[in-house]
Design a binder for this molecule. Structure first.
Ligand code: AMP
Ligand code: MG
Length: 348
């Protein structure tokens, strides 16, 4: 199959995309979090194609995207007070909410669960696309399963060219981390995946919120995460990522010595550095990837997946990165990094 790439500003692009969706095809589109791979959420045959194109396990459910909050009642039950508060505060935006599902949502979308994940994105292109389709759009991230999520049309093409019908190019994703996921389908609201809407922002609106334990520590044994996508290794380049955690100077010294060791062993090694630390690695400049300033976690978040992909473009065998404090957006960034590293964390 030939994958057509259209610029979001091109005339007629949304009509073309809607035609593909109506015929059961797949369209990748930009959102403010990452690029999504969309199909008609009401058409189980179309939805199954998403799993095939991504190589995604069928027990990992998809997020259903809508283009106005009023469409929620068609697909979800029990829109309770907690949900209403979240919707008022964060929709449209980078927050996905889990509801009990209506029967109209096929099991192929919910991975067999009785719940459905719903998001109303803010990105203008995403909203125009969904509105043109006239149906809710099921969309996970538009990457090969397990790889870092795509934050540009080029990332989508790298993974899915030849496997999907169309990519709408809307430039780089503003936030760069997948949406925050909150489950309000039972008594207590629970944070299932941290994102750009932080725990603190959620607490301000809800008063209290539980945190799924897979966010704080490595899932062990047969523990089944509540958000099935939050498995042990994920978002991961071929290059092995290693996190170094500790006081700044000690952590930088350790990164440098591990880097030298790897090079001596004949490996192609790299350092992912925050701008404050870049000088420390002067001697090995050619292998430094810059991830932005620690004072500006928003920029780190927006670049993270592109930097992880760059490790593979440079054919690095291994790359070292310093841990960030796990507060605010740092919790969301570290959550992705730990999975990218398969929890390879060296404490100094
Ligand atoms: P992705 O967009 O690729 O990040 O995938 C969607 C994420 O939403 C995955 O982590 C899923 O496990 C999660 N998700 C989707 N539907 C549900 C649901 N009903 N309950 C819990 N998590 C969900
Ligand atoms: Mg994903």
């Amino acid at each position: 199959m030939e994958t057509k790439i259209y610029n979001a500003e091109q005339a007629g692009v949304f009509e073309k995309a809607a035609e593909i969706i109506k015929n059961g095809g797949l369209v990748a589109f930009p959102t403010e979090t990452v690029y999504g791979l969309g199909a008609n959420a009401l058409d189980k045959t179309a939805v199954k194609k998403i799993y095939i194109a991504k190589g995604r396990p069928s027990d990992n459910p998809l997020i259903v995207h809508i283009s106005s909050a009023s469409e929620l009642k068609d697909i979800a039950e029990d829109i309770n007070d907690k949900a209403k508060k979240l919707i008022d505060a964060f929709w449209p935006g980078p927050l996905t909410i889990i509801f009990k599902k209506k029967d109209i949502i096929p099991d192929a979308v919910s991975g067999g669960l009785s719940t459905v994940a719903v998001r109303f994105p803010k990105n203008r292109t995403a909203r125009l696309f969904i509105r043109a389709c006239g149906v809710p759009i099921a969309a996970p991230s538009a990457n090969t399963s397990g790889k870092p999520s795509p934050t540009s049309a080029a990332h989508v093409a790298e993974d899915l060219s030849g496997k999907i019908d169309m990519i709408i190019d809307g430039g780089s994703a503003a936030y760069g981390l997948e949406s925050t996921i909150v489950d309000v389908s039972s008594e207590k609201a629970v944070l299932l995946r941290p994102g750009s809407v932080t725990e603190k922002m959620l607490k301000e609106v809800l008063g209290e919120i539980g945190i799924d334990r897979t966010i704080l520590s490595k899932p062990e044994g047969d523990f089944k995460p509540l958000a099935p996508g939050m498995k042990y290794k994920h978002y991961s380049p071929l290059c092995s990522i290693r996190i170094i955690k500790g006081e700044r100077k000690k952590a930088l010294e350790k990164m440098r010595s591990l880097y030298e060791e790897a090079k001596t062993a004949g490996k192609k090694a790299g350092i992912i550095a925050f701008s404050e630390d870049a000088d420390y690695f002067d001697g090995c400049k050619a292998d430094i990837l810059t991830a932005g300033s620690e004072k500006d976690p928003e920029t780190i978040a927006s670049r993270l997946f592109a930097v992880l992909r760059l490790c593979d473009e440079k054919y690095l065998d291994t790359a070292f990165i310093k841990a960030l404090p796990e507060t605010g957006l740092g919790l969301s960034i570290m959550n992705r990094l730990k999975k990218a590293a398969g929890y390879d964390i060296t404490e100094v």
